[in-house]
Design a protein around this ligand. Structure first.
Ligand code: GTP
Ligand code: MG
Length: 195
């Protein structure tokens, strides 16, 4: 799939504010700062469609983008960011659970993990929740440019072990900086949309 057009539609906190249009949707989820917004920009080939920041907690709303006039890609706020006050964290958690649990047209979720780090309890919880809720998941290891090719398999094995994934489970290696993994991820997204 090639992305020919991507445009920001709207930000939402509550279901009343989600776009009304019933077209397939794929959401991007992961810890704060893992690179969701950057991945977005790389996939659509626009430098600053989604806001990127060094500071975790940049994306604070559910952001809907219309792609190729045919489906939505949804940039979600990150989870697991320690510096967010507990009350805000609870609100974000609820906001995401509502979206992921109730959005009828949601076809699947791209779950991002930092290839450098061991997944955390939050990652595990998110993955288990998605599986329990029967949402198809594409697992992606981001920031692959930060790890040499020779060390990659080791890092992927750690991720699989921590998340209790089977050794055969595919993990897309992705870099927003080099564009590595873009084709593979886009074909995964396309498969979800066309299911
Ligand atoms: P929140 O919105 O806070 O949840 O963060 P996010 O997951 O959207 O992360 P964002 O895309 O804002 O990126 C966070 C930081 O990581 C920025 O400084 C990015 O430049 C950097 N970054 C993202 N992806 C990559 C990547 O593939 N490689 C490298 N080297 N840096 C990356
Ligand atoms: Mg973001």
């Amino acid at each position: 799939m090639r992305i020919k057009k991507a445009e920001f539609i709207k930000s939402a906190l509550k279901p009343e504010h989600y776009p009304q249009e019933v077209i397939p949707e794929v959401a991007f989820s992961g810890r704060s700062n893992v690179g969701k917004s950057s991945m977005f920009n790389q996939l659509v080939g626009q430098k600053s469609l989604a806001r990127v920041s060094r500071q975790p907690g940049r994306t604070q709303t559910i952001n809907f983008f219309l792609v190729n006039n045919s489906f939505h890609m949804v940039d979600l706020p990150g989870y697991g960011f320690a510096k967010v006050p507990l009350k805000v964290k609870a609100q974000w958690g609820k906001m995401m659970e509502t979206y992921l649990g109730k959005r009828q047209q949601l076809r699947g979720v791209v779950l991002l993990l930092d290839i450098r780090h061991k997944p955390t309890g939050d990652d595990r919880q998110m993955l288990d929740w998605l599986i329990d809720n029967k949402l198809p998941v594409i697992v992606v290891a981001t920031k692959s440019d930060k790890i040499s090719k020779g060390r990659r398999q080791h890092h992927l094995a750690v991720i699989k072990k921590e998340l209790a994934l089977s050794p055969e489970q595919q993990i897309v290696q992705f870099s927003s900086q080099t564009g590595e993994g873009k084709e593979l991820l886009l074909s995964g997204v396309e498969a979800l949309i066309n299911e």
